[in-house]
Design a protein around this ligand. Sequence first.
Ligand SMILES: *Cc1c(COP(=O)(O)O)cnc(C)c1O
Length: 399
Amino acid sequence: MTFEAFPTHALMEITSRPPLVFVRGEGSWLWDHEGKRYLDFVQGWAVNCFGHSPAVVVNALAEQSRKLITPSPAFYNEPSLRLARRIVEESCYHQVFFTNSGAEANEGAFKLARKWGALNKAGAYEIITFVDAFHGRTLAAMSASGKTAFDALFEPKVPGFPRARLNDLASVENLITDKTVGVMLEPIQGEAGVFIATDAFLRDLRELTRQRGLLLIVDEIQTGVGRTGKLWGYEHAGIEPDIMTLGKMLGGGVPLAALVATDAVSCFAHGDQGGTFNGNPLMAAVGNAVMEAVLAPGFLQTVEARGAYVTKGLAGLSARHGLGEVRGRGLLIALDLNKEIAPRVVELARDAGLLLNAPRPSMLRFMPALNLSQDEADTMLGMLDGVLKQALAEDAGKK
Ligand SMILES: *Cc1c(COP(=O)(O)O)cnc(C)c1O
């Protein structure tokens, strides 16, 4: 079947997509409608922790789908109880509300913080967020995000999200008023291009929020569940936030996300929060299988080691081609190209059979499966070397 034969006009045009239809995946590899194979360093947007269609996800879906799919969120089901217990046992939090997407988990965090403010802080509701932050695409999540492309969209925004600057404690302090209920940030700003909140900043922020009686909320939708080489991103700084949101890798490829909070903050009353598919056993069964595999002895150490390997390889390419900084943690890594050639690099890489992401025109982001093999890392580095050479030659030719 040729690309033109697919009914693409029936889908809303929400982004520019390449003229490819993906039909099959296996681990780090994807196949398109013409049978062409791609090495995938996008992985569903940092979602597929064990790559495409891994046994761990396939088996959990198959087994659970034969038992029970949706009893209703008004009843308990065993997989969601087990997954909630696992998350709280492995973290500094005590209670979980499952959602179907990251943005929905963040909506839950805003609501929980506002409820807590209503009960404990005379109706304080403002949540300080950060320039370049990304928290999702519902109206409140876009309002909380610091992406300049969102600024003019869908006005009026949801009020109550003043914006500080990452790694600048004074910029946070300056925004605190008696309306402030909390501070929310990503331990690593992923969509912005992998900018790390330093361990010192996170520790200072924890101290400041504690002193001022404010909630610290971490959006771990991209950093959670092992991406950075630790189970949760906040662990690098040794802090204990009050609220965390999860998504992406928690479901290993299926829609599963979560709002997680300490006992002291878990103040929803009956009727405050809910949702038809929330905590359904089919997705929760996958979440259990993913957590089991990520927490298998030694697994997170291999993520860290593989991350260091890819980082070193990218630093080598950067030096060879005269590019910029390589930064990241675990297997969430960015390479600065220092020239606005990233979209062209992505295109050339795709032609060569490698899927990459350019969060900004001068930047590449790498978010492979956590079980990436060293061979696959080497294959990517080799392909990227050739692609960079070509893109840089084209760019030089234009001048
Ligand atoms: C992807 C992402 C979101 C949004 O999650 P969705 O599942 O797309 O709604 C929110 N915050 C961060 C940090 C993300 O990376």
